[in-house]
Design a protein around this ligand. Structure first.
Ligand SMILES: Nc1ncnc2c1ncn2[C@@H]1O[C@H](COP(=O)(O)OP(=O)(O)O)[C@@H](O)[C@H]1O
Ligand SMILES: [Mg+2]
Length: 250
């Protein structure tokens, strides 16, 4: 079943068509990747899916219902959660309190929200840091906190915007099983990611956006070897140059 369908979405900012007639389908239970060069419109597409931006045209279908005109908090209640590429925790609050902010979506009481926060912290490996002020976290810690805040809303669909950016290879390796575990308990994931090791390891299916348009989709390995995709990343003629050098086997 399709959990999320983006149907011919476009978003115009003044003279710039940041998203241009882009469509994608996220199958329930999948980890789906969204890749593409900087400025391709990936984050804008997430904002359209989660309701932070309204499309110039097109539709957002979640779990069979058209939510295109719905406010972000209503979509959150339906089960759409997103992380932000620019991570901005409440610096003066502890990790526990920051995660609880997300938990208040479904828990009216403080105790229930804090309990939810602790359980999510265990899931993402932040349990030892629950009483640490967010301001004291490392980059890797802040990324986990951003993931935890989204998870605390108990989503059905998690939109991850470059949660691995800025992590070193061993930190990336450490977080892959966390993401697999989240999917294993039934949360569908759509992730924007530049770390190809992670895309290859995690994603069932990958969509490629370039200059606002969907240019390719398929299993990760096939997509990454697609000359159209290589050209989009590296420029015109790149695929032929790589073939000539014999190095197209990522
Ligand atoms: N709020 C906005 N107002 C004007 N232009 C924007 C806005 N948000 C994004 N853009 C522009 O839209 C394009 C796509 O941006 P973005 O979605 O952030 O790309 P990506 O996440 O793929 O790097 C970029 O050219 C960016 O400068
Ligand atoms: Mg972005």
């Amino acid at each position: 079943m399709s959990l999320l369908i983006l149907e011919a979405l476009s978003k115009r900012f003044g003279g710039l068509l940041a998203v241009d007639n882009a469509s994608l389908v996220v199958r329930e239970g999948s980890i789906t990747g969204l890749i593409g060069p900087n400025g391709a419109g990936k984050t804008t597409l997430f904002a359209l899916a989660s309701g932070f931006l309204e499309p110039s045209s097109g539709h957002v279908i979640f779990s069979g219902e058209d939510v295109t005109a719905e406010e972000p908090h209503l979509r959150a209640r339906r089960g759409i959660a997103r992380t932000f590429q620019i991570v901005q925790p409440f610096q003066g609050l502890t990790v526990r309190e920051n995660i609880a902010v997300g938990a208040y979506l479904r828990h009216a009481g403080r105790d229930a929200a804090l309990a939810m926060a602790e359980s999510v912290a265990r899931e993402v490996g932040l349990a030892p840091l629950l009483d640490t002020p967010a301001a004291a976290l490392t980059v890797a810690g802040r990324k986990r906190l951003e993931l935890a805040r989204a998870l605390a809303t108990q989503p059905r669909l998690l939109l991850l915007d470059e949660v691995l950016a800025g992590l070193n290879p061993s930190e990336v390796r450490d977080i892959l099983p966390v993401l697999r575990g989240i999917r294993a308990r039934g949360v569908t994931i759509l992730m924007i990611e530049h770390v190809m090791q992670a895309v290859m390891n995690l994603c069932d299916h990958v969509h490629v956006l370039a200059q606002g348009r969907m240019i390719a989709e398929g299993p990760p390995r096939a997509v990454c070897n697609d000359p159209v995709v290589i050209e989009a990343y590296l420029g015109h003629g790149a695929a032929a140059r790589i073939r000539a050098e014999g190095g197209a086997h990522a």
